[in-house]
Design a binder for this molecule. Structure first.
Ligand SMILES: Cc1cc2nc3c(=O)[nH]c(=O)nc-3n(C[C@H](O)[C@H](O)[C@H](O)COP(=O)(O)OP(=O)(O)OC[C@H]3O[C@@H](n4cnc5c(N)ncnc54)[C@H](O)[C@@H]3O)c2cc1C
Length: 417
């Protein structure tokens, strides 16, 4: 029997990282895989905001490698990006959509990856919230919150893909996320069948774009999801952890009022977006949290456990705020890296602790520093996008204009050659 047939790998969390890792491992030949997901099925928690994946350096490259691009293209589109001066509405930077990027509605992406897992015979257990793990000899015992539904599972390798609040990370490293100092209010506008809001959907600053407008302590991001005829907007406010609850107690009318108040810091289109959002379409309040970069231990590994048979991927390893749009991209590239490395062991008849330790060491040393870099860069972007300092804003806008010139020059050069 080969390792591919016998080695039992449990992935905790069925988000983009966990599902894509499972597909990658299955393709490498691992048969004894199991995903435990706390949600009751694939239909719940379908937040509407989108996720953009890129290639060749981002998560789209893994999707391409797995051969899933044709089917995932049907549920996504090429996103353009525009950065605006929040006060004037003038374009600072514009990048047209191209074949190197796809934007997904996040529920659609997860469903699609889930369907691939089903098709490939990967076992996913829903409604299975993991409570803790225990390391006994060279095995990891997984314990569940509801032990009447799920008995302890004993596995050879445990991979925590359980997101920003990862209980696996908490037990393994003690690290927990903290507020990054930004609260966000999210609203949704759907295209009306009677055409009454067509003017908004046809506006040149909304057509087919993801848009970021920076203001004073506030930034507004919105995306027109062309496949669903929806515009999502998110107003993020530099503020204390409890800001939104204190001001609104999560009441939708109060959330709308607060968004209206902050939208006045922007040019008129942003105010119109908020004004024309029905109160019942106020979607979400996000408190952005992130993780301090994980530390490397004297053993050289970042995720140190007694058995050495536990590691983390995705937000569990490097939770970041979304101001660079890199969380999902970094998670998928991590999944690719880990599945490739573990794949080198699949045809052996047995694995020693040293061999598995060596593979995990190399994965962590390549990917966790990349995640840490993205955590810090995302913090930097958030500070720049929310700055109320006029000098900082001048430099930010000038840099964006220069990048814009470079994009235009490259496009022109590409067309000539
Ligand atoms: C507003 C916003 C916009 C973003 N936009 C982008 C973007 O454009 N591009 C991009 O690359 N990234 C983006 N991101 C980041 C991206 O969403 C995350 O980085 C990505 O979802 C991480 O994937 P993951 O699988 O590691 O974690 P998650 O998606 O959080 O999945 C973790 C899974 O683990 C499950 N789980 C948790 N605890 C347990 C438990 N105890 N037992 C069992 N299961 C458990 C959860 O239910 C969940 O399904 C954005 C984030 C936000 C907030």
């Amino acid at each position: 029997m080969t390792v591919g047939e016998t080695f039992r790998i449990a992935i905790i969390g069925g988000g983009p990282a966990g599902l894509s890792l499972a597909i990658g491992l299955k393709r490498k030949g691992f048969q004894n895989l199991i995903i435990y997901e706390r949600e009751i099925d694939n239909q719940v928690r379908h937040q509407g905001w989108s996720i953009s994946l890129f290639s060749p350096d981002g998560g789209l490259a893994f999707i391409e490698y797995l051969g899933l691009l044709p089917e995932l293209s049907a549920i996504s589109f090429q996103p353009s990006f525009r950065a605006l001066d929040g006060e004037t509405g003038k374009t600072l930077l514009y990048r047209a959509g191209n074949e190197n990027g796809r934007r997904f509605k996040r529920g659609d992406l997860r469903d699609a990856l889930y369907q691939v897992c089903l098709r490939e015979g990967i076992k996913i257990i829903w409604d299975a919230q993991v409570k803790s793990f225990e390391e006994i000899n060279e095995k990891v015992h997984i314990h569940f919150i509801d032990e009447t539904k799920h008995h302890t599972d004993i596995v050879d390798l445990l991979i925590g893909a359980d997101g920003i609040h990862s209980p696996i990370r908490k037990q393994l490293t003690g690290d927990v996320v903290r507020s990054a100092g930004f609260n966000s209010i999210v609203g949704l506008i759907k295209k009306e069948a009677d055409g009454s809001n067509n003017d908004l959907f046809e506006h040149e600053l909304i057509q087919n774009s993801g848009v970021l407008a920076s203001g004073r302590n506030v930034s507004c991001w919105y995306a027109h999801h062309v496949l669903h005829d929806e515009i999502y907007w998110s107003l993020s406010i530099q503020s204390d952890e409890d800001f939104i609850r204190q001001h609104t107690n999560y009441d939708k009318k109060k959330l709308h009022d607060l968004a209206l108040e902050y939208s006045k810091k922007f040019f008129p289109l942003i105010q119109t977006l908020v004004q024309r959002t029905p109160i019942d379409q106020m979607q979400d309040c996000l408190l952005f949290k992130d993780l301090d970069p994980m530390k490397q231990h004297s053993s050289g590994r970042y995720c140190v456990s007694k058995s050495g048979r536990i590691t983390l991927i995705g937000d569990a390893a490097h939770a970041m705020i979304p101001f660079r749009g890199q969380g999902g991209n970094t998670a998928l590239i991590g999944a690719w890296n880990l599945s490739d490395k573990l794949g080198t062991l699949v045809n052996q008849t047995n694995i020693t602790n040293d061999e598995i330790g060596e593979v995990l060491l190399r994965y962590e040393n390549e990917r966790i520093p990349v995640g840490s870099h993205e955590i810090l860069e995302s913090r930097g972007n958030a500070a720049r996008f929310h700055s109320s300092n006029s000098v900082t804003n001048f430099f930010r806008n000038t840099i964006m204009r220069m990048i814009n010139l470079k994009i235009q020059f490259d496009d022109w050069f590409y067309k000539q050659s």
